[in-house]
Design a protein around this ligand. Structure first.
Ligand code: S3P
Length: 426
């Protein structure tokens, strides 16, 4: 249990949030399937990404830490060996689903399992199309739930319209497609984060996109590269909110990834009339910027449609922002929240209600009426890192203590979260 109490704090100074989780996972995966030594700087040493490292080590890939750098000795797809042990993916949906795509094309047997949250998350969105491509996969609920057993091998030509906008699903099929005999064609219903596509180009491979159609050719090989992981905008979102909702605040966030498939939170801050500025600082494959933000007088807004995949992980903290915005904020088209680390519609609504928020769940999102003075209460992260961080940020504006059950889960994506929060609050 963590107890937090702040008395009218301000959020001030400069902060550099840890590396992007999605990019960190992919840096290990591409480092492992490339040939040569890949160096990764800015890697997120959170539990999720450490689980990815562990899985690749179990497939014979040498991965070492050298101070702040991670070194991966890649030997191509064919360098991956049949693991002697179960591949344990912890709490990480990205590790589980992307790994399935890689394993689908490998001519060996493996077993993938994760923690109790992963055990409840749907895997058939990935296992069904991978089976159609030619992989043999089995598991509980006819291959929908972990533990999953995979016997990979030759994969054939495949065209698939994704039934849900999911970067994990898209990436799993791309990773299988890279090993296929022929072309793989994937059609996305809405644009989702494109880190896998960018990583392919960075490592010298090719992938085409025309409108919503992605084409990947098979039998690709990659050359080792240096990957510089930008700060995670999904982690930055907690500090952007902390500064916007507290008085006399002024915060500078350095080296944040501002890939436009991830910047939905910036669009929401704009719509809410927040006082902030984004300054791009490079023009690399993965763009990086600085964001400065001050205490803001917020207006309610509507969050829906194509914006949802660009901020899917930020909805818990956007709900908190909305409790401080003037008017009715409506979040819709976000059914996917029900199959995240927790059912995030229920978790956000029930936990924020404990703090006195005026918030109601809907079938595909939530409706929040603001502004509301929040009050202290006993809350529960429910083992979901983003719920835990949202509740910690909420404690900055409650009158009374906020107790958070199971705060340890925050180490999944942000091991130094409480230290960083402490360092910018006064
Ligand atoms: C991720 C994709 C998203 C996101 C998750 C990371 C990725 O999941 O919620 O935190 O790295 O590809 P979905 O693909 O299930 O939407």
């Amino acid at each position: 249990m963590k107890t937090l109490q702040y008395k009218s704090p301000s959020v001030k100074g400069t902060i550099k949030v840890p590396g992007d989780k999605s990019i960190s996972h992919r840096s290990i995966m591409f480092g492992a399937i490339a040939e040569g030594t890949t160096k990764v700087t800015g890697f997120l040493k959170g539990d999720d990404c450490l689980a990815t490292i562990d899985c690749f080590r179990k497939m014979g890939v040498q991965i070492t830490e050298n101070g702040d750098e991670i070194l991966i000795e890649g030997k191509g797809f064919s360098g991956l060996k049949e693991p002697e042990e179960v591949l344990y993916t912890g709490n990480s949906g990205t590790t589980t689903r992307l790994l399935l795509g890689i394993l689908a094309g490998r001519p060996f047997h493996s077993v993938v399992t994760g923690d109790e949250s992963i055990a409840k998350r749907p895997m058939n969105r990935v296992t069904d199309p991978l089976r159609e491509m030619g992989a043999r996969i089995d598991g509980r609920d006819d291959g929908n739930l972990t533990p999953l057993s995979i016997r990979g091998g030759a994969l054939h030509a495949f065209r698939y319209e994704l039934p849900v906008a999911s970067a994990q699903l898209k990436s799993a099929l791309i990773l299988a497609g890279l090993q296929s005999e022929e072309d793989t064609i994937i059609v996305e219903p809405q644009k989702t984060r494109d880190h896998t596509e960018k990583m392919i180009r960075h490592f010298g491979g090719n992938i085409k996109r025309e409108g919503s159609t992605i084409t990947v050719s098979g039998h690709q090989s990659f050359k080792a590269k240096h990957v510089q992981v930008p700060g995670d905008i999904s982690s930055a979102a907690f500090f952007l909110t902390a500064a916007a909702v507290t008085k006399n605040s002024s915060l500078l966030l350095k080296k944040v990834g501002i890939n436009d498939t991830r910047t939905g939170i910036i669009e929401v801050l704009k719509q809410m009339n927040a006082d902030f500025e984004v300054t791009p600082v490079n023009h690399d494959e993965e763009p990086i910027g600085e964001i400065s933000i001050k205490s803001s007088k917020l207006n309610a807004c509507t969050v829906d449609g194509d914006l949802i995949p660009k901020l899917i992980d930020e909805i818990p903290i956007i709900a908190l922002l909305a409790t401080q915005a003037n008017g009715k904020t409506v979040i819709k088209d976000a059914e996917e929240l029900k199959v995240k680390e927790t059912n995030r519609i229920d978790a956000v609504v029930e936990e924020l209600k404990k703090l006195g928020a005026d918030i109601e769940a809907t079938d595909d999102g939530m409706i929040i009426q603001g502004p509301t003075q929040l009050t202290g209460a006993e809350t529960d992260s429910r083992g979901d890192h983003r719920i835990g961080m949202m509740l910690a940020v909420a404690s900055l504006i409650t009158n009374g203590e906020v107790h958070i059950k199971n705060p340890e889960c925050i180490s999944v994506s942000y091991p130094e979260f409480f230290e960083d929060l402490e360092s910018v609050t006064s």
